[in-house]
Design a protein around this ligand. Sequence first.
Ligand code: HH2
Length: 285
Amino acid sequence: MSPEGTISGSKYEFGRKVYDFSTRSFIMGILNVTPDSFSDGGRYLGVENAVARGIAMAEEGADFLDVGGESSRPGSDPVPAAEELRRILPVIEGLAGKVALPISVDTWKAVVARKALEAGATIVNDITAMTADPEMIHVAAEHAEGVVLMHMKGTPKTMQKDPRYDDVVTEVKDFLARRANEAKHAGIRQILVDPGIGFGKSAKHNLELLRRLKDICGLGYPVLVGPSRKSFIGAVLDLPPEDRLEGTAGAVAVSIMNGAAVVRVHDVRAMVRVARIVDAVKHHG
Ligand code: HH2
């Protein structure tokens, strides 16, 4: 990995924890505090349930927790910031005192990010790569320890209506390069980039992004990939979200083998095992 965009080579630091991406892959556990997420909507709506799930994911071996209060599934509408905050703030506050993991907030709204960072989150995970809200880059530069910049074509409402690319990998890579540059110039030092599996992409596009993930890794930033239970797995296996564990495992294994630094998943216990075996193949020959 090139030192560009990283602190001392491939190492980032969140809180007092060092994340050395050259040694192993890292797991981001998904905590959707939403009534309508595509695979776990409604499961963690109560604060107690959500905090308990966060603690459980930490015990299962997660390295990050990603808390979100707005579903971005295809066709979804945005949620007002006040509602998003009502869902996530008590959960972030509850987790920040109880788990020793960095918490990312999955939002594209600067006002939500700012409050979440005050409540104990330290990373901003923005599915629009800080393009949707002009304030986001300033909030992240001032208050976050790092950002995840994700590629999306269109908006969740429209993104799955016949997405087209000349070359999906080149387009995604160029976009991420531009956004990461802008973030770097704003003073953000710890940047992860994400090809945005399922965000304005057909099943074929998603498979090609995973197959050619090394191209995206060539940007020199740690790459985060979020294939968990997504519809391209359903398209290949003809199975609903609740039956996509093995498909997710396959996608996670390929992602890590092809250079992903972090995988964002629902099934933390299982995917930690998948990650460790792929890491063993990668690093110990
Ligand atoms: N995928 C989802 C949401 N946020 N963030 C990043 N960085 N990368 C992703 O691939 C990604 C993301 C969508 O998945 P999920 O959170 O499970 O569903 P929903 O949006 O319905 O809550």
